[in-house]
Write a protein that binds this ligand. Structure first.
Ligand code: ATP
Ligand code: MG
Length: 1020
């Protein structure tokens, strides 16, 4: 390949220089080969007329045809979508980022989807760091971060980073939020093959494709097995690349010799001597591992070793540390000393003495962050990790050793984890971590850069410690690696849903409108239906199927009927006059929260009988643990316990232990008259029903989480008492937080908001506390979402009197440094700085006078979307300054002060407005809207008022329509006066969207001229 493309050249794609500077500074001066392809051949940065995608249903009069034509063109052009498939670390994520920014600078809205909350946090911070200072509005929305949801609903953002699950929730609860979105980026698309994430991703893609033909999708995937199925199914062009920015030497170590191939030379093996053959014993994995690592460490190189399970990573890190004489990671050790005392910390302390660490799900965020930091610093040389950790983590090594022959899909032991043999795709993705890009070189001022001529290389190493392993690697993996055209069979993904049939049926009804008979035939057919199939996807009931759901086919018709009857009986679905099935509000809620139907019914029945004003935290936790979804949340426990239960040895052992503990708590709290406790614990005959394995786990989870959120015991004590690492406790807490959140949504849907507000708040608060095990008094600090500010440090801060952000803002670095590690202090101070800027921006945005404010403080919302806004405001205990316009801000003068009239409106010319002396064409609806706002200049006009005034005859309008027109007016103005950054900012401050409240035209009297046609024109 010839010279690499310079980032500077992206100016020809319309990217402004200040963005190019950011990219050059943060990445390098060149695009990676994959990125270059995406730009040149796949048009990820292209932006044309066609890229503006108003929803046809919203088209203003006079433009309907044009827009309809445009959208049908777009509809027929799935080529706008792009699926990128390339190994880890090949630079996929930056493709998504470039595409996002290319749209933002055209006033488009972008959604960036990631699977996990941790990845969302990271991506969000990344976007904020890079682009906030040039005025881009970046927001985040995950299961436990809803504080910016109202911005997403009112379209008040540029890039929204969302977790898959939350996006699905939005799609179902307020589908119109997508109307103004132009691009959805799906990162980590390889999860489509994962049984947990896959069906969710499939329904997300189905939703976007079916309901919003005008949205462009860019999906970024690492390699997956059966890639052809994805390519066939996904409605997009595909960019597949096996190319890597750094040359990889892939090979086998045998008798001390590393025999490898490179992508340039696949046929000729090359050799590198790692150690003498006599240094190792035949059939001895330890010897091979030790000698190989010893060689690499001696070269001063970093090495990542993949193992199959968490336990193995810990065991081998410890063992290697005991054998090697490598230097200590002294700065890492120093920092570790100041960190919270956990079981993992003790283990790390031992291995870091030799510059070695394990890296897995048992570690806390700070511990992982510490390892990442000191790997980059070069202090840590060897990391033992599970392959699950490889996803989306930005870690680079010179060498990767693949020391596993099978992969565990789920690390929990309950329900039992699956395992598959090591696949081609897994090897390629793990191998992707090898090879460190010489970014410094790429950043240097040079005329050209050519990846092909680079001398850097990375190694992917298999240890063939026996003859059999040598053959296995040569036969299977090595030959695959030689051949990039390895035939990916289009395997169909299978999930058994016998136990979840009810939920499966409900989700179907939520997704498509079918009659009972049609639904039956849909379920019974076993086709793989591609979204690429054009004629079918024009049908609004078309539903593609990537995953196939397997179930027992005996009596299937009867079974479906029974299930549908249950769903109807429980009022989760209904049938209209034409026989078409549709979901009720509760049905949609279940699908949106992604809980099982049985969980919903179980929680709802509890809500019905639990006493008003009397629920306790312990009771809620126990309830959630008993729900089918709560039972499905895994906690690891040893195989020994499982075996003993099987044999019946522990009939009176462990189970009774936690049962006893719970009993004590119940009596201590005077909770013994609670029906749930009476039915499930107190009235049970202890020998029979309290000692099953399932009960043991339920009791254990309840007790554990109770200890966790009460905060009376140290984390290490809890870890030791329950035999679990902190990382696991965190995950369990997060899962329960989601369930508590679902419980609060159900409670709301049955009217608790009005009737039993106190108890509802208790559930919501619990949902917050479960995430980090934080007590109520620490929530203010937890909700600042500062990475690494864990319960432990929050407690320290509170003890020292720092109760909320106001206290933190005034604190000096030295003061905080006495309580917290240095890097955490820096993060806090950075956050405080950001908050200050944010407050300033808010001040400028919401300049409303006192009386006006009072009138609009409580705008009643009618639409379904308002539920979410309320939920958001209540749930998050958000700083009132953020949600309401505070007294202090109200008196400030307009930031856009000038003597010139900015806006002139004349009733005689309802086809245009004059802005800064320039004529701007508007539609009649847009004119009415701006005219009405002008008559009420400087007042926030609620959506209800606007809808009543402007659309009173139409029944199905909702307020996103208002936002849509505001968006169009802004766009028209900018088109005329120039789409510069300053202008965009200026317009934002003039046509202000006050999240969740309404719209305001914000001009001084001098800036606005209204010419009325008649002296006595009606008010609207
Ligand atoms: N043009 C570039 N110049 C220099 N470095 C780059 C460039 N593009 C990406 N990088 C860096 O390359 C590394 C790998 O990129 P990235 O994480 O985007 O890969 P990926 O394909 O998304 O991997 P994964 O599958 O792990 O998500 C990152 O450290 C990133 O900062
Ligand atoms: Mg990525």
């Amino acid at each position: 390949m010839s010279e690499s493309m310079k980032i500077e050249k992206l100016k020809y794609y319309g990217i402004p220089s200040y963005i190019l500077n950011i990219w050059e500074k943060h990445y390098s001066r060149y695009l990676l080969p994959l990125q270059e392809d995406a730009v040149k051949k796949y048009g990820v940065l292209d932006y044309g007329e066609n890229e503006i995608h108003p929803h046809p249903a919203l088209s203003p009069q006079g433009r309907g045809k044009e827009i309809a034509a445009l959208s049908s063109k777009a509809r027929n052009d799935k080529n706008r979508n792009l699926l990128v498939i390339a190994p880890t670390s090949s630079g996929k994520t930056f493709i998504g980022e470039m595409a996002a920014i290319a749209q933002v600078i055209h006033l488009q809205k972008i959604i960036y989807l990631v699977p996990l909350k941790a990845l969302a946090d990271e991506k969000y911070r990344h976007f904020k760091n890079l682009y906030s200072h040039c005025g881009m509005d970046i927001v985040i929305s995950t299961r436990d971060r809803s504080e910016e949801d109202h911005h997403i609903i009112s379209g008040d953002y540029d890039v929204a980073v969302m977790a898959y699950e939350k996006f699905n929730y939005f799609c179902l609860r307020c589908p119109h939020f997508l109307d103004i979105v132009s691009l959805v980026i799906i990162d980590e698309m390889q999860l489509i093959n994962d049984s947990k994430w896959g069906p969710l991703l499939e329904s997300i893609v189905n939703h976007i494709d079916r309901k919003n033909k005008n949205i462009k999708i860019i999906a970024l995937s690492a390699f997956i097995e059966g890639q052809d199925a994805l390519i066939k199914w996904f409605p997009a062009r595909t960019l597949i690349s096996y190319q890597r920015p750094v040359e990889l030497r892939k090979g086998i170590v045998r008798d001390g010799i590393f025999k490898y191939i490179t992508s340039k030379e696949k046929e000729n093996y090359k050799k590198e001597v790692f150690f003498k053959p006599e240094a190792v014993r035949e059939n001895c994995f330890e010897d091979y591992l030790l000698e190989t690592v010893r060689y690499l460490v001696k070269q001063g190189e970093s090495t990542l070793i993949f193992f199959a399970t968490c336990a193995e990573t810990q065991k081998w890190a410890k063992w290697l540390a005991s054998q090697l004489e490598s230097p200590a990671a002294s700065c890492a050790l120093k920092e570790l000393k100041e960190m919270e005392n956990t079981l993992s910390r003790d283990e790390l302390r031992e291995t870091l003495e030799k510059g070695i660490a394990h890296y897995n799900q048992n570690l806390s965020w700070e511990e992982r962050n510490l390892i990442e930091t000191y790997l980059k610093e070069g202090e840590i040389k060897v990391i033992c990790a599970t392959n699950i950790m490889a996803m989306g983590v930005n870690l680079h090594f010179k060498n990767v050793i693949i020391a596993l022959d099978k992969i565990y899909i789920d690390e929990g032991n309950y329900p039992p984890n699956y395992q598959t043999s090591l696949t081609f795709a897994a090897i390629e993705n793990m191998g992707g971590r090898a090879g460190i890009l010489n970014v410094e070189e790429m950043r240097k001022d040079g005329n050209s850069f050519n990846f092909q001529n680079r001398k850097e290389f990375g190694r992917v190493i298999f240890l063939a410690h026996s003859l059999v392993f040598q053959t296995v690697y040569e036969n299977i993996y090595f030959n695959f690696l030689k051949d990039n055209n390895y035939n990916h069979k289009a395997n169909k993904q299978l999930i058994n849903i016998d136990n979840d049939f009810l939920t499966y049926l409900l989700r179907l009804v939520v997704n498509v409108e079918l009659k009972q008979e049609e639904l039956k035939s849909h379920i019974k057919k076993e086709e793989f239906i591609s979204l690429k199939n054009q004629s079918k996807s024009d049908d609004k009931n078309f539903l593609s199927s990537y995953w196939q759901f397997a179930f027992n086919k005996a009596n299937i018709d009867k079974k479906i009927e029974n299930c549908l009857n249950i769903l109807k009986g429980k009022r989760l679905i209904r049938i209209n006059r034409n026989g078409v099935l549709s979901p009720t509000g509760s049905g949609i809620l279940i699908a949106a929260k992604r809980i099982k139907v049985e969980t919903f019914l179980f929680l709802k029945s509890w809500l019905r009988y639990c006493k008003n004003g009397d629920i306790s935290i312990l009771e809620i936790l126990f309830l959630l643990a008993l729900s089918p979804d709560g039972k499905a949340l895994p906690i690891p426990f040893s195989q020994a316990i499982r075996d003993d239960y099987k044999k019946g040895i522990y009939q009176y052992g462990y189970g009774k232990n936690y049962w006893n503990k719970l009993l004590r708590l119940i009596f201590e709290q005077d909770d013994e008259d609670k029906k749930l406790f009476r039915d499930k614990i107190l009235m049970k005959k202890e020998k029979e029903e309290t000692t099953s394995l399932e009960n043991y786990i339920t009791f254990k989870k309840t007790h554990l989480l109770y200890d966790w959120i009460m905060g009376k015991k140290s984390v290490k004590t809890i870890e030791q008492e329950y035999g679990l690492y902190r990382g696991c406790i965190y995950r369990l807490g997060e899962g329960f937080s989601w369930l508590a959140d679902s419980l609060s949504a159900i409670a709301e849907s049955v009217g608790w908001e009005k009737k039993i507000n106190k108890d509802l708040s208790k559930i919501r608060m619990l949902s917050n506390r479960l995430v980090g095990g934080v007590q109520e008094e620490g929530l203010n600090l937890a909700l600042l979402y500062i990475p690494g500010l864990s319960l432990y440090y929050i407690r320290r801060l509170i003890e020292a009197g720092y109760r909320d952000e106001n206290f933190l803002r005034d604190a000096s670095e030295v003061e905080l440094g006495k309580l917290l590690p240095k890097r955490l202090v820096q993060r806090i101070q950075k956050k405080m700085k950001e908050e200050n800027n944010h407050q300033k921006m808010l001040k400028e945005k919401w300049i409303v006078q006192d009386e006006k404010l009072k009138a609009f403080k409580k705008v009643p919302e009618k639409s379904g979307i308002s539920g979410i806004i309320c939920e958001t405001c209540n749930r998050r205990n958000v700083n009132p300054q953020k949600m309401n316009i505070s007294e202090g801000q109200s008196a400030t003068a307009s930031p856009v002060a000038s003597l010139e009239p900015l806006l002139e409106i004349s009733q005689r010319r309802p086809d245009r407005i004059i802005f800064l002396g320039k004529k701007i064409e508007v539609t009649s609806t847009e004119f009415s809207l701006i005219y009405f706002l002008a008559q009420h200049n400087s007042q926030v006009m609620s959506y209800d008022t606007l809808l009543d005034e402007l659309w009173k005859d139409e029944k199905d309008v909702i307020y996103r329509r208002v936002n849509y027109h505001i968006f169009n007016i802004k766009k028209a103005i900018l088109k005329t006066i120039g789409e510069t950054k300053t202008n965009t900012e200026r317009i934002k401050k003039i046509l202000v969207v006050v999240p969740g409240r309404g719209i305001m035209l914000n001009l001084t009297d001098n800036e606005l001229i209204i010419n009325r046609q008649h002296a006595h024109a009606p008010a609207s």
